[in-house]
Design a protein around this ligand. Structure first.
Ligand SMILES: O=C(O)c1cc(C(=O)O)c2c(n1)C(=O)C(=O)c1cc(C(=O)O)[nH]c1-2
Length: 251
């Protein structure tokens, strides 16, 4: 039987997965370099909204599977981050993303109706939610660890968008600003859970595979957007005037 990695080595291996983060996806690189058209930015914002609305659903599934009160007390904050707190009247991530949508010229109701969500993006995001429903809470926590790499991607948008896309109202970028500190806090917690739980070599390999699964989800979302918005190959392109895709099926 192989020896487990030390806690430090294991963390290093998890962090090394950053080399496959979607910051390196050609669509994301083009977006960062200011090469995206208005339609491409709008397509990305509209599709990513589906990820945003599903994050609190995913986190609620993790809570539902979690028997540890201390973990639930911390994890519940993630839902409030995205939904907003009624008590503190804080701006939630979903509302902030709707404001981003407005800033790039999208209709709020179109976003809420998930009008532009591509089937490939839907399948990828649904896979994440369904994993959180089926996995135990430690495995689900591990799958959130792509957030280790997220502050860099949010910061890169804050740094480059105002120059590259001056037509986007800067007020719309508030989502990225909010996530900088929220993501770091989430990572501290998610990493503690992962390092504590996956302690045999076999379990550590499993954790690395779970993180790869999540990287694959993020990458696949951008692949679907590449086909649709960069290569003019959205599903059913050319077969009908206005392609329509299936709506959310609540099953
Ligand atoms: O903009 C991004 O590239 C990006 C990536 C990720 C990620 O790595 O999963 C998240 C977010 N943003 C994000 O804003 C967010 O709230 C979030 C929550 C989670 C998660 O898995 O629980 N990932 C991410």
């Amino acid at each position: 039987m192989q020896q487990p990695w030390s806690r430090e080595q294991f963390e290093e291996m998890l962090r090394a997965k950053g080399q496959l983060y979607h910051i390196h996806h050609p669509f994301h690189i083009a977006m960062h370099q200011g090469e995206c058209s208005v339609e491409q930015i709008q397509g990305w914002v509209a599709n990513r909204f589906y990820y945003q609305v599903n994050i609190p659903i995913k986190d609620a599934a993790i809570l539902a599977n979690c028997h540890d009160m201390e973990t639930r007390r911390l994890w519940i904050q993630r839902i409030l981050d995205h939904d907003g707190s009624v008590e503190d009247k804080t701006l939630g991530g979903i509302e902030a993303w709707l404001q981003l949508g407005q800033a790039v010229g999208l209709d709020r109701q179109d976003l809420l109706d998930e009008k532009f969500v591509l089937p490939g993006v839907r399948f990828a995001v649904d896979a994440y939610v369904n994993f959180a429903r089926r996995a135990n809470w430690q495995e689900a926590a591990c799958s959130s660890l792509t957030e280790m790499f997220a502050p860099q991607i949010h910061q890169s948008r804050l740094d480059s968008w105002p120059t590259n896309y001056p037509w986007i109202e800067t007020q719309g970028l508030q989502y990225f600003q909010m996530r900088l500190s929220q993501a770091r806090r989430d990572v501290n917690h998610g990493l503690q859970i992962t390092l504590d739980h996956f302690t045999t070599r076999q379990a550590q390999d499993e954790a690395l595979n779970i993180l790869q699964f999540k990287l694959d989800i993020l990458w696949s979302m951008l692949d679907a957007m590449t086909l649709a918005y960069q290569q003019d190959r959205a599903p059913y392109q050319g077969l009908v005037a206005e392609p329509t895709y299936h709506k959310r099926i609540f099953k």
